[in-house]
Design a binder for this molecule. Structure first.
Ligand SMILES: [Zn+2]
Length: 273
């Protein structure tokens, strides 16, 4: 249970509970014990910006449970285009750069929930001491890069309808809830298309009985229908995760448990702000 993890004080207690982030859960027990004293938790709301372009990366953030964070690239005309979504399978902040460098993109919360964070410097020190920790984060950096490569290809080659369906599936995989609290304005902005275009796509999905619109978001009523429309980009990324970091990409069975325990993370030490 997430709350037990937060309350765990000693290594023996820690060994009995699972962290609510899959990457942390995949750590060797000794590595998890080494990181645990540095982890702080907080609940974050939609729109909370973790990094703006140019901010020095001082913390690594681990989305927990249903929490979803995205990397947005800001264009000259002010639009922000989503390039990668990160949920409990991963972490953001200094994953590739190892921290202490300026952030390139805006990192923003898309789905609310708990986050754990630790100092990027502390994580780097722990990596120097532990080859297994270094190896796991190197593997995760490879998966994150794969996700970004796939996203470049997806944005260039796949239709708005395919990308909308792909995004909704990625969100469902991680939140375990059929309600996606994302407005059409947010979706249009993330996909870098006009509001009227996305309205048309949503209407088509609605007419096919795949989703319903509701205040502040959509409710997916037929996830299988989304799978039929979506491009294969989620599957390609999932498959790479399975090769490189088996068991870390969110699974359907796990999502039900996540939904049941969402909001369960009671922070032991809270982040300021
Ligand atoms: Zn695609």
């Amino acid at each position: 249970m997430a709350s037990q993890y937060e309350r765990a004080q000693s290594p023996s207690e820690l060994s009995e509970v699972a962290p609510p982030n899959n990457l942390l859960r995949a750590l060797h027990q000794d590595d998890l014990v080494a990181l645990q004293p540095h982890l702080e938790s907080q609940r974050v709301e939609v729109g909370r910006v973790l990094y703006e372009p140019g901010d020095t990366v001082r913390y690594v953030y681990f989305p927990c449970g249903p929490t979803l964070v995205s990397f947005m690239v800001l264009l000259e005309d002010g639009r922000g285009i989503e390039t990668a979504l990160v949920g409990r399978e991963g972490a953001v902040g200094g994953i590739v750069s190892q921290g202490r460098l300026p952030s390139y993109s805006r990192t923003v919360v898309q789905f609310p929930g708990p986050l754990l964070r630790m100092g990027a410097g502390e994580l780097e020190q722990a990596k120097v001491r532990s080859p297994s920790l270094r190896n796991l984060f190197a593997r995760y950096a490879d998966c994150l890069m794969a996700q970004v490569f796939q996203s470049v290809a997806c944005n260039a080659a796949h239709s708005i309808e395919q990308r909308t369906a792909k995004w909704l599936i990625a969100a469902l995989d991680r939140t375990g809830d059929h309600d996606v609290p994302l407005t059409q304005e947010q979706l249009a902005s993330m996909l870098g298309v006009g509001r009227s275009y996305i309205s048309r796509v949503i209407k088509q999905l609605k007419d096919r009985g795949i989703l319903e619109t509701r205040r502040g978001g959509v409710r997916v009523t037929q996830a299988g229908g989304l799978e039929d429309i979506a491009c294969g980009c989620n599957r390609a990324v999932r498959s790479h995760f399975e090769d490189v970091l088996r068991g870390v990409y969110p699974a359907e069975e796990e999502s039900a448990a996540i939904k049941a325990s969402a909001g369960d993370l009671q922070p032991g030490s809270r982040m300021p702000g």
